[in-house]
Design a binder for this molecule. Sequence first.
Ligand SMILES: NC(=O)c1ccc[n+]([C@@H]2O[C@H](COP(=O)([O-])OP(=O)(O)OC[C@H]3O[C@@H](n4cnc5c(N)ncnc54)[C@H](OP(=O)(O)O)[C@@H]3O)[C@@H](O)[C@H]2O)c1
Length: 330
Amino acid sequence: MSFSSFKLLDSSKPILVFGRDGQVGKALQVYLKNLKIPAVFLGRDECDFASEDAIIQMLNRYQPQVIINAAAYTNVDKAESERQLAFAVNAKAPQVMAHYITNVVHGVLLHYSTDYVFADTKTTAYIETDSVGPADQLCIYGQSKLAGEQAIEEVFNLTYNSGHDGHHDTFSRYFILRTSWAYGDGDNFIRTMLHLAGERDQLKVVADQVGAPTSAEWLAEVGIQIARSRVESGIYHVVPDGETSWHGLAVFAIETAATVCKGIELKSKNILPIPAADYVLPAKRPYNSRLSNIKLKKALSQIIFAGQYPKWQEQVEAYVKEYVKASLKN
Ligand SMILES: NC(=O)c1ccc[n+]([C@@H]2O[C@H](COP(=O)([O-])OP(=O)(O)OC[C@H]3O[C@@H](n4cnc5c(N)ncnc54)[C@H](OP(=O)(O)O)[C@@H]3O)[C@@H](O)[C@H]2O)c1
């Protein structure tokens, strides 16, 4: 299979990005602007996913060949009491996009998903073909994101595997990029820890949930590179190398911040590890958020990043230093 840059994209059609104001959406804005790739970015104010008609209207207006869905209902705890809205945003909206894109020649649907589709059925890293759920063991956010993944795959399967009369070489592709513990320009765990480190003498942080912190900037880059390549449709786990716990991440981020900012006095010994059972939240979180990135590495090795796949520490260090320096300026 050839992975050379996908020449079949129609440059007269803009890329349509949903989720303009989210962490990944903002990173996509920066990345596409740097590459001078024309794109239309829509926020909730222009297109509220609570309304299916609003999505259809925007698709008809812009007629994109590439759709990037970085929008999602991400308030994991609130989703427990807003099931209907979480499903409208995380499941119905991607289904509508999949229907649209399967009617486009050489279309691409790039959709972001999550480790929350897994319910601690393993203690090692999940691969893309591992069984998801079971749904009744997932929180509502996880269930709705899983339903979104399944809706996309179902639309593509029904369109292309059941008597479709189109030609194989005109088919559209989809990419579901599952990630974990994302951080970028927005509220996230790392920023919360850095702020608390400036205010408190002691922190208690969960130490028995494990995953890989993933930079939104990198998620944008990987997404665009995959969308422009000839990589096959499917699910890809997009996480850097390595793993840590929330406690490990807090210690690393705060120690890194202390190297560039004198105001942070909190010492690692005062960041105390606690079990998740001691920090009860409305939504159930996975203990095991490990995602195997072997499939992604194979795909990316043909396009970019040859020999320089990132480690989570490198990404977090760069992020924290940049964030602290920017905060000090303001
Ligand atoms: N953050 C994580 O730790 C994490 C981990 C794993 C996977 N992911 C996945 O990665 C993707 C990007 O996440 P992120 O961190 O960038 O999320 P985010 O910062 O919370 O951004 C989500 C965006 O979706 C928009 N949105 C929410 N409800 C909407 C609605 N009804 N209609 C239209 N737009 C709506 C939000 O709009 P407003 O700005 O108006 O609120 C927000 O801009 C999502 O698919 C998420 O599930 C995230």
